[in-house]
Design a protein around this ligand. Structure first.
Ligand code: GLC
Ligand code: CA
Length: 569
């Protein structure tokens, strides 16, 4: 595999609205991010992904862009962004921007023009179809609930919005539009960013070869995914996008694409793929508070292990997934993976070890390093997110009581991960000196960065996890080594090896609250990381080489080379 600069990235996702306020308006901003760069450097990451900071009416918190060329004044200025890029670079970090090109805001001047003349130049920038007074062009359901079509005034025209009603989908079939987008992408790359996280890109091609499908819910609509996700022919657009923009800058591209069939992985993220990497979403619907996994956290973690390992095998030698546990679109991982009463230093510290040493690019989300969690709201009005609100309405429509619907929202809403970052025990957690746009979690007084800048804390453990991932003695094995699952018969162990000529590294985690013993001997040469080390004596290999693990114990190991491995290529 050809080596690339971005193979060495360890990412940190920033949700700017909730990261750090610098001008006392209760909203996070770019100067605020700059103020916290030293702490990010201390954590050890070398790539920052910023969720959108472009001009936006914020109907979807910035994923609805009304001017691609400007920074929203709420976040600062272009100069601020330039300074952020420079200061991040000086600290060895590269900055990724979010690229949202499946849709714009309905406040974008293109769409304003389209409204005036749906058949005109800008009408052709969007997906506009004719329906009739009460009947949209078809019964697709928006990914955020309700019909995916919105009528344009009193006319027969409807525009498509796969997301909120304020996010009309762009018409990628139109070459003129594509050219505008490529110019815009290149302009940002000229500024010196390291690349992009690419939003909702699997939806840019639509298949209109039918009108209505059988309803799959009480709303009479149909979740038409296969008609607007990874639709055949999308490859042409993706190739063109890459060739006209990213490739010229050798930038890093990380795309939001799920359900890529195994036989297309190579086309997507192989050496000459459309993108450098895509997120491995294989666990994103696993939530021990909800749905099929409710109350079955142990089985769920075993299931996640099996899925993640299968994805690793599929990807072996082909390219790089981006591995993560949290982002701005799902609840915090402690709540998703573990019941409240099982959340403690040991269980929380084993979580990053599960994924940081897999093949791929590891990513953290702000606040994950201090173990931030969601906190349940008492009224639906306390949420600000439109998608959350739509889901709530959907649950009521499905027959749930208000209490049941709210419980489900508290257990699942993505907004649980968007509370302000907890920096200190000062008022408003050091995030702002005024009331934040979204209430901070009341546990900030104990759970905050300042309190955790000391030995034995969760954040210190995360620092070690990152440092070991980037340690020059082992890094090439983490990046290029083969992946070999181990202890797969166990329902409580997460074990695998990464092998490269002359080196055998391994991860062995007990993801349960009961002690565990390995089935096979593990020939440990050296313990590189142990979440029990700082507090108690670690469990070690016993005489015969099997390993006894404490509840939640997470070990990263260097193993003895065996005969077979001396000849391993
Ligand atoms: C992506 C983003 C999400 C956003 C949506 C629409 O899924 O991660 O936050 O709402 O796209 O842009
Ligand atoms: Ca601010």
């Amino acid at each position: 595999m050809r080596e690339k600069w971005w193979h060495r990235l360890v990412g940190y996702q920033i949700y700017p609205k909730s990261f750090q306020d610098s001008n006392s308006d209760g909203i996070g901003d770019i100067p605020g991010i700059i103020r916290r760069l030293d702490l990010l450097q201390e954590l050890g990451v070398n790539m920052l992904w910023l969720c959108p900071v472009y001009k936006s009416p914020m109907m979807d918190h910035g994923y609805d862009i009304s001017d691609y060329t400007k920074i929203d004044p709420m976040f600062g200025s272009r100069e601020d962004l330039k300074r952020l890029i420079r200061e991040a670079n000086e600290r060895g970090m590269t900055v990724l921007m979010d690229l949202v090109i499946n849709h714009t805001s309905d406040q974008h001047p293109w769409f304003q023009e389209a409204r005036k003349d749906p058949e005109g130049k800008y009408g052709k920038y969007y997906v506009i179809r004719k329906g009739s007074k009460d009947t949209p062009p078809n019964n697709w359901r928006s990914l955020f609930g309700g019909s995916a079509w919105e009528r344009m005034g009193e006319s027969d025209y409807y525009y498509l919005h796969l997301f909120t009603v304020g996010q009309p989908d762009l018409n990628w079939e139109n070459e003129e539009l594509r050219e505008e987008l490529y110019r815009m992408v290149n302009d940002w790359l000229e500024l010196g960013i390291g690349g992009f996280r690419i939003d909702a890109i699997s939806h840019i091609k639509k298949d209109f070869s039918y009108r209505n499908l059988p309803a799959d819910g009480p709303d009479g609509l149909h979740a038409g995914m296969r008609w607007f996700r990874n639709v055949e022919g999308i490859e042409t657009f993706l190739n063109e996008l890459k060739q006209r923009t990213f490739q010229k800058y050798d930038c890093f591209t990380l795309a939001e694409v799920d359900d890529i069939p195994e036989d297309r992985l190579n086309a997507y993220i192989g050496e000459d793929g459309y993108y450098c990497s895509v997120f491995d979403f294989c666990h994103c619907f696993h939530n021990q508070q909800d749905g099929v996994w409710k109350g079955r956290w142990k089985e769920m973690l075993a299931d996640i292990r099996d899925r993640v390992f299968a994805r690793q095998a599929e990807m072996e030698g082909k390219g790089f997934f981006c591995n993560y546990q949290e982002n701005h679109d799902m609840i915090r991982v402690p709540d998703r993976f573990l019941p409240k009463e099982k959340q403690n230093f040991y269980s929380l510290s084993m979580l990053p070890v599960l994924y940081f040493y897999l093949a791929g690019i590891p990513m953290l989300y702000q606040g994950q390093e201090i173990g931030m969690t969601g906190y349940p709201r008492e009224r639906i009005e306390e949420y600000a997110d439109l998608a959350t609100y739509n889901n709530y309405q959907g649950y009521l429509l499905d027959g749930m009581s208000e209490k049941e619907a709210l419980d489900k929202i508290n257990a699942t809403s993505r907004e649980n991960a968007r509370t302000p970052m907890q920096w200190s025990s000062e008022a408003f957690g050091g995030f702002s000196d005024v009331e934040p746009w979204f209430p901070i979690h009341p546990d900030y007084e104990v759970c905050n960065v300042e309190a955790q800048r000391m030995p034995g804390s969760l954040r210190e453990f995360f620092r070690k996890v990152v440092a070991l991932r980037r340690n020059g003695t082992y890094e090439d094995t983490w990046i290029y080594g083969s992946f070999c699952p181990r202890e797969q018969e166990s329902r409580q162990l997460w074990g695998f090896e990464r092998r490269r000529e002359g080196q055998r590294l391994a991860v062995l985690v007990n993801f349960s609250d009961e002690p565990a013993v390995t089935a096979k001997p593990w020939n440990i040469r050296k313990v590189l990381l142990d979440n029990y080390e700082a507090r108690e004596t670690a469990a070690r290999g016993e005489g015969c080489g099997v390993v006894v693990l404490q509840p939640w114990q997470a070990l990263v190991l260097e193993l003895e080379l065996d005969h077979e491995l001396h000849s391993f290529k």
